[in-house]
Write a protein that binds this ligand. Structure first.
Ligand SMILES: Nc1ncnc2c1ncn2[C@@H]1O[C@H](COP(=O)(O)OP(=O)(O)O)[C@@H](O)[C@H]1O
Ligand SMILES: O=P(O)(O)OC[C@H](O)CO
Length: 507
């Protein structure tokens, strides 16, 4: 092993739904370099979304090489690695060969809807709610694991014999990059599996029994900020670098946005939209379709969050670009939207994989409303962008009731919030100031902070909170009557979507 230099950077790996990023941060929390790579999305059947775990690993490895090459930073200067990931997505692999036995079943995938229906019919809803803070939905990992075990020949027997391992993407990556094939996850990722008791903080035997998942498959659950393993020098430039921070990407963004006080909230506008509010050491139970989840465990303190998960947000813009070929690039949507003063009464409900929070209806489909002969592409694009803001309002309204407070400011991040039209419309429709930070890569930054705290690169959360800086604030300026009239139209559109049952077996 080569000599370790005085480490000056933290490397963050952000493994997202559509792309992987590797980023280097310096001591000020500033971005020193970034590399990003998209990887294939697999849609084997309508409503199914899968990834090849090898593609994920390859994209991560190549972005690490690229960021170090671009910045000319030697791996010897990396103090620690923070890992953050698309959550819930499930991988099952052979502990001896390291080969995944099936594709990664992605969080958006609906292939386990039938298993969920069986669980609901079996009366498991309250057990799940009470133990995990979640509800029975194909979104979470547990039914995806069961589905893989049921659909791969001999998998149940191999799992029972202890030959197979399960992991969310953080576990898959750490197992592959670490020196001794360490099989771990952190509390925030565990809390999205539907198998983890968020109050007692352990895998729940009743839930494992519910789906016949052997405990021997599961990773060890650790805090979000500690040294879990060191990189394998053979595949990491001769360096044993501590992997020292792990969190699911939405919790990492909450950390990176320095939302450390109860009542502070962030919304991430990526593939989906995820609005999380810190509720401190209290696990707040939602009565309005939100999730109670573990935010992180740092310095021996476990904190919780309320979450509204919106399944389709930036991916609706991607659909405009790739599916309908209405756009050449996603950012172009901004100028189209601004070319018209309104959608002219057009609404788009992008329920392409059903609806998540606060509706939780996996059986519904997307729809367009209010079309006339005068409807143009500009109206259509604007309606899609506005749908991100309306979905966020649905969630935030529910959250304010659940948490019993009125939010004054919301911190925003994610690729789509680069869109200034969307950011302003969001502030208008919520009647809340939206703050966009200087470092918009808050997911990666959060993971970097978690790792940096564990290795002494940063001292405290107070220091991190001081580093958070606003780049631009969007203040509400819409007339209240217009705001409520627009939102009432959205509510009607959603009700219509909920009422429409598509006929079965039509091809
Ligand atoms: N300027 C923009 N306006 C609207 N949507 C955008 C813009 N830039 C990116 N997007 C959308 O945001 C998503 C990418 O955001 P990102 O945070 O990278 O997502 P993820 O981490 O989920 O892969 C894509 O779905 C893309 O269509
Ligand atoms: O990959 P993202 O950023 O869209 O995040 C996905 C979420 O973690 C799914 O719960």
């Amino acid at each position: 092993m080569s000599q370790r230099e005085t480490p000056a950077y933290i490397l963050a790996i952000d493994q997202g739904t559509t792309s992987s990023r590797a980023m280097l941060f310096d001591h000020d929390g500033s971005v020193v370099g970034i590399a990003q790579r998209e990887f294939p999305q697999l849609f084997p059947q309508p409503g199914w979304v899968e990834h090849d775990p090898r593609d994920i690993l390859a994209s991560v490895r190549s972005t690490i090489v690229e960021v170090l090459t671009k910045t000319q930073v030697s791996a010897a200067y990396i103090a620690g690695i923070g890992m953050t990931n698309q959550r819930e997505t499930a991988v099952v692999w052979d502990r001896h060969t390291g080969q995944a036995i099936y594709n990664a079943v992605v969080w958006q995938s609906r292939q386990t809807v039938a298993i969920c229906e069986q669980l609901k019919a079996g009366g498991y809803a309250s057990l799940v709610r009470e133990r995990t803070g979640l509800l029975i939905d194909a979104y979470f990992s547990a039914t995806k694991i069961a589905w893989i075990l049921d659909h791969v020949d001999g998998a149940r027997q191999r799992a029972a014999r202890g030959e197979l391992l399960f992991g969310t993407i953080d576990s898959w990556l750490i197992w592959n990059l670490s020196e001794h094939r360490t099989h771990v996850t952190d509390v925030s990722n565990a809390s999205r599996t539907l198998l983890y008791d968020i109050h007692r903080r352990r895998w729940c035997p009743d839930l494992l029994a519910m789906l016949d998942i052997p405990a021997v498959m599961l990773p060890e659950v650790r805090s979000s900020s500690e040294v879990y393993a060191h990189t394998d020098p053979a595949q990491f430039f001769g360096q044993r670098i501590p992997i020292a921070g792990v969190a699911g990407d939405q919790q990492a963004a909450l950390f990176g946005q320095a939302c450390f006080e109860p009542g502070m909230a962030k919304n991430t506008y990526g593939t989906g939209c995820f609005l999380l509010m810190n509720t401190g050491t209290r696990a707040v139970r939602s009565e309005h379709g939100l999730l109670t989840t573990l935010a992180w465990d740092v310095d021996g303190q476990t904190e919780y969050a309320l979450e509204g998960s919106i399944f389709v947000a930036g991916s609706a813009v991607q659909w405009l670009r790739d599916g309908l070929r209405m756009l050449d690039t996603a950012p172009e949507s901004e100028s189209y939207a601004e070319r018209v003063p309104s959608t002219d009464g057009v609404y788009c409900v992008p329920a392409f994989v059903g609806l998540g929070a606060p509706y939780w209806r996996s059986d519904v489909r997307g729809a367009l409303f209010g079309l006339t002969r005068g409807t143009r592409k500009e109206h259509f694009v604007r309606a899609v962008l506005e749908s991100l803001a309306y979905q966020t309002r649905d969630v935030l309204d529910a959250m304010q009731v659940d948490a019993g407070l009125t939010l004054k400011a919301l911190r925003a991040d994610g690729g789509a919030i680069g869109n200034a039209f969307l950011a302003q419309f969001q502030a208008d429709i919520l009647d809340v100031t939206l703050a966009r930070p200087t470092v918009r890569e808050t997911t990666a930054l959060g993971a970097a902070y978690l790792a940096g705290l564990a290795v002494g690169f940063w001292e405290s959360r107070a220091q991190i909170a001081r580093q958070w800086q606003v780049e631009r604030e969007f203040t509400p300026r819409m007339d209240p009557a217009r705001r409520e009239a627009l939102y009432a139209g959205w509510r009607q559109a959603v009700q219509a979507v909920l009422a429409f049952t598509p006929p079965n077996n039509l091809t």
